[in-house]
Design a protein around this ligand. Structure first.
Ligand code: HEC
Ligand code: HEC
Length: 339
């Protein structure tokens, strides 16, 4: 009974705060920003994007043997995209992969190296997973498994693939993958450029790809993260070819103020938990120099409650008062920090 009364009093005390949140949040954070999820139109829009090509459909392979500078290996397109043993162009760039990372386990678990690359650098539509702390890695895999990590944009297909793999994996397989990826350092992978105009792009496989020609368009309130070399990324899955992130003018300064100073009471300084250099602290993951599209998705997913694990409760107050534009600025600034 005493406990009940205490909860009741607490609820009364906080009621004004709680009641104030939906009105404020509804205005700013209604729909997840489509650009962070690999779409050009919002969820539920009348003119939705055409469905992305199925991720694992048989690729058009004319049998051409492909090469990459600096690699002694050569592969066909089918081999490059083999879900249970994709191309590893540069085996010397990483330790020996455990079986689950190199080949996955048929039929339910595709090779981690397919989407995240053998070196764990990943792509904007998935995640960079090299250099994450071991305990965070295991914890978040279990969040996927237990339904505590979903996507705020229900159209995003590969989040649901990721959930499926986590569900099918044993504790030993999760531990092997976590040991492997946490043993590597996170190194620079994304170049951030502040600009008011961006190359015209289209969405291919959940990511912004540059159109032929030199046409540009206003960036608006978006981050456009695109391969430095479209062919190297899209066709060859070159794990040494990184990304450019175009971010709106002024977003880096605004993001710096929020991240480093808490934006005068709007949020908590990130360094308190993520380490002063934002490269991670104990079990808390590093957030410097990582994909801004990925970071933005996580901040939005945490704010909207679609990412809702046990550890996520530490992040909720951090994002509760931030607008969509604030989150964009934070993601832009974090991506620009040296990892
Ligand atoms: C089909 C592509 C795909 C494959 C294969 C894949 N993942 Fe993922 N993974 C994703 C996507 C997409 C996300 C990000 C989900 C989001 O942003 O909503 C992700 C996110 C993650 C994260 C979270 C990163 C973070 O910073 O919290 C971890 C950890 C991870 N994957 C581990 C693995 C492991 C281990 C394997 C191999 C068993 C694997 N993934 C295979 C697509 C994939
Ligand atoms: C009180 C501690 C704390 C503070 C302050 C904090 N974080 Fe976090 N953050 C965490 C924890 C713990 C996690 C892991 C959450 C989970 O597992 O769901 C996390 C996760 C994240 C993630 C997801 C990382 C990934 O790989 O998926 C992002 C992005 C992030 N934080 C950004 C920020 C930013 C930006 C700030 C400052 C504005 C901040 N955090 C401040 C504790 C904190």
């Amino acid at each position: 009974m005493r406990v009940f009364i205490r909860i009741f009093v607490l609820a009364l005390l906080f009621f004004p705060v709680i009641a104030g949140i939906p009105a404020q949040q509804g205005k700013d954070t209604g729909a997840p920003p489509p650009w962070a999820y690999g779409f050009t139109s919002p969820t539920g829009a009348a003119t939705s994007d055409p469905p992305p090509p199925p991720l694992f459909s048989p690729v058009r392979d004319d049998g051409t043997i492909r090469h990459l500078p600096g690699s002694n290996f050569s592969f066909t397109r089918t081999q490059i995209q083999n879900s249970f043993g994709p191309a590893d162009w540069y085996p010397a760039d990483h330790p020996q992969m455990p079986e689950i990372v190199a080949h996955g386990r048929q039929p339910d678990v595709r090779a981690c190296s397919l989407c995240h690359y053998p070196n764990g650098k990943g792509r904007p539509e998935n995640a960079g997973i090299a250099g994450l702390p071991y305990s965070y890695f295991v914890h978040t895999m279990n969040d996927f498994k237990n339904g505590a990590r979903k996507s705020s944009d229900e159209r995003k297909p590969n989040t649901y693939f990721m959930i499926g793999f986590a569900k099918a994996m044993s504790d030993e397989e999760i531990a092997a993958a976590a040991r492997y990826f946490s043993s590597m350092k996170w190194t620079p992978w994304i170049k951030v450029i502040e600009t008011s105009t961006v190359p015209k792009t289209y969405i291919g496989g959940g990511m912004f790809l540059r159109r032929e020609g030199n046409e540009t368009e206003p960036i608006g309130q978006r981050i456009i993260e695109t391969p430095v070399n479209t062919e190297a990324t899209e066709i060859l899955r070159d794990s040494r070819s990184g990304f450019i992130a175009y971010v709106p003018m002024g977003s880096l300064k605004k993001g710096e103020d929020l991240v480093e100073k808490g934006g005068t009471g709007k949020t908590t300084r990130c360094g308190v938990c993520h380490g002063e250099d934002l490269k991670g602290l104990g079990p808390v993951p590093g957030i410097a120099g990582r994909s801004p599209s990925y970071l933005m998705r996580q901040l939005v997913d945490i704010q909207q409650g679609s990412r809702n694990g046990e550890w996520t409760s530490l992040m909720k107050p951090v994002v509760s008062k931030l607008t969509s534009d604030d989150l964009l600025a934070v993601a832009a600034y974090l991506a620009s920090r040296e990892p």
